[in-house]
Design a protein around this ligand. Structure first.
Ligand SMILES: [Mg+2]
Length: 236
């Protein structure tokens, strides 16, 4: 997987994670002596989940739970914050995922809608749309005086494209936290949990942490965690 290796900073999250989705991830839920699931069937199930609207409904249900918890916590004072992941949480990469028939392509240009669509080119285009229930949650938080921090495994060198995309999608924020370019981790937890700890040390109470991977949520420093569905890829 040499192309992923070239992308070391992002690779430690997206590339390694997405590649893991094709091997290690499945291993956790499949018996090693069982034949692997048929890939075409698996992709059809993912496509049906998205195209029938179930994905959107499941996203909305989780975001609604987060919103209700936020509402239960505001009004009592304090320096409150929510932490929001970016990919498949604040922003949807579905156009690129669809163009690649849910395969994973890192390098090369992004040709839409037919594909292939290289991940790096896609991110550089800054054209991802908001996941609307999460946008509503973030706007609601700011209206209630709660700080919004984006915390992403995207590397720092993607800051301009990331902020441009978040802004174009309608987000406003107190901070956007990206991974240092030189930092490599085995799990996103190693980066994200200490970043949340820093916010706590700055006096914030993180009432809601929302993301599409368990590695967005594990490691503490949040009152409640909210796991969005992601049937596309896995990030350790
Ligand atoms: Mg994500």
């Amino acid at each position: 997987m040499p192309r992923a290796a070239r992308w070391r900073p992002w690779a430690s999250l997206a590339a390694a994670g997405l590649l893991a989705a094709g091997c290690a991830t499945g291993a956790s839920s499949l018996r090693s002596d069982a034949p692997p699931a048929n890939l075409a069937d698996a992709k059809r199930h993912v496509s049906e989940y998205v195209e029938t609207g179930r994905y959107e409904r499941d996203l909305a249900a989780v975001a609604d739970q987060a919103r209700r918890y936020l509402d239960s916590r505001v009004g009592g004072g304090g320096k409150l914050a929510i932490v929001v992941d970016v990919d498949e949480t604040a922003l949807s990469n579905l156009p690129g995922l669809r163009a690649n028939d849910y395969g994973f392509i890192v390098g090369g240009p992004c040709e839409l809608p037919r594909g292939p669509c290289g991940l790096g080119a896609w991110i550089g285009m800054a054209r991802a749309e908001a996941i609307k229930p999460v946008l509503a949650l973030a706007r609601h938080a700011r209206e209630r005086g709660v700080a919004v921090f984006f915390l992403t495994g995207r590397p720092e060198r993607m800051r301009a494209a990331t902020e441009q995309n978040l802004r174009a999608a309608g987000y406003e924020w107190t901070g956007v936290l990206l991974k240092p370019d030189a930092l490599t981790t085995k799990s996103a937890v190693e980066f994200k949990a200490p970043e949340r700890r820093k916010l706590v040390e700055e006096g914030y109470t993180i009432i809601v942490n929302i993301g599409d991977q368990m590695s967005d949520l594990d490691g503490g420093f949040a009152e409640r965690t909210f796991k969005l569905p992601n049937p596309f890829y896995f990030i350790p």
